[in-house]
Design a binder for this molecule. Structure first.
Ligand SMILES: [Cu+2]
Length: 314
């Protein structure tokens, strides 16, 4: 039986397309999606995966086919034909990637815009006073006055909850301005617009939550922002994604996405705790205190019993 070559090519093309489309949706490489933004980012990633699978199969398929089909026959010592080039073929293999890159650029811009990347809240001018201050101190400032708006991170002008994030070697500290709660873990209510205003206390860090598909550099002397709405209750890792020193690997904590009730409960419990802590600190600062009393107060926060402390002290 002799099947014409173009039919075989057609069948191979259909098969390749089907495999690429299937694998683009079923690669299983991503962790769970915990926000609406995550689903959009995955849409873009899946398209890239589909294209990449197709290209991989074409390139490897042609390679393996040629290895077998055009292998050296026994006793054949002649040279291959001297091929100089093929203009139509070269135009085609330049045009196809160009079109793919344009499609991906437009699509990713669309996703970025949907996430709030072009929100005027974050795309604001560099503050003039800070610029002047830095200049007076003789510091170099990475700023191009002709650039106009500098955007850092993605913003959201209609946030339900704002949290200040401070990245320091080697921890994340979260401050809730409304309640005064300070915590080493991030708690947010589900399905609410959250805006993080982020600063670094020392070196460059990067705030990364894979399940939200969000990552943003956190810089000393320059605020950056992240906005998201988590739509899946659960605990997700927050990781520092910028090598920031010897213990960079230990710079991680947890994002707790909770129901509104659980979130309020946590805020209440911690408002009380932080008020108590503040009172302790105030007391320590204002009145002289014996060494024992001071240690006892610290032991309370560290979870050490007075008995253990007494033993240590003797
Ligand atoms: Cu870090």
């Amino acid at each position: 039986m002799n099947i014409p070559g173009n039919i075989i090519t057609l069948i191979a093309g259909i098969l390749l397309t089907l495999i690429s489309l299937w694998y683009g949706q079923n690669h299983g490489l991503m962790p769970v999606e915990a926000s609406e933004g995550a689903a959009q980012v995955d849409g873009l990633f899946n398209l890239m995966m589909t294209i990449a699978t197709g290209l991989f199969l074409i390139v490897e398929g042609v390679l393996v086919y040629c290895l077998i089909k055009f292998r050296r026959k026994k006793g054949d010592k002649t040279d291959g034909p001297g091929i100089e080039g093929n203009v139509p073929l070269e135009i085609v293999w330049t045009a196809i990637p160009t079109v793919i890159v344009f499609i991906l650029a437009l699509y990713s811009f669309e996703v970025y815009n949907n996430l709030g990347g072009l929100d005027p809240e974050t795309s604001r001018d560099f503050p003039q006073e800070e610029m002047q201050m830095a200049e007076n101190q003789g510091k170099m400032v990475a700023y191009n006055p002709h650039q106009g708006h500098l955007s850092l991170g993605i913003g959201n002008s209609k946030a339900d909850l704002e949290v200040e994030v401070n990245g320091i070697q080697y921890a994340w500290i979260f401050t809730y301005p409304d309640s005064g709660v300070i915590s080493g873990e991030l708690h947010v209510p589900v399905n609410k617009q959250v805006k993080l205003t982020m600063k670094a206390g020392d070196v460059i860090h990067a705030f990364w939550v894979p399940q939200l598909r969000l990552k943003q550099d956190v810089l000393p002397g320059r605020d950056s922002a992240l906005a998201f709405s988590a739509n899946r209750i659960g605990d997700y890792p927050i990781v520092c994604a910028e090598l920031c020193g010897a213990y960079h690997g230990g710079m991680k904590t947890t994002l707790h996405v909770e129901s509104e009730e659980d979130y309020q409960k946590w805020i209440q419990e911690n408002t009380f705790a932080s008020a108590e802590e503040k009172a302790d600190t105030m007391a320590m600062m204002t009145q002289p205190m014996s060494e024992e009393k001071r240690l006892e107060m610290h032991s309370h926060h560290l979870g050490v019993t007075p008995e253990t402390l007494a033993q240590l002290h003797n």
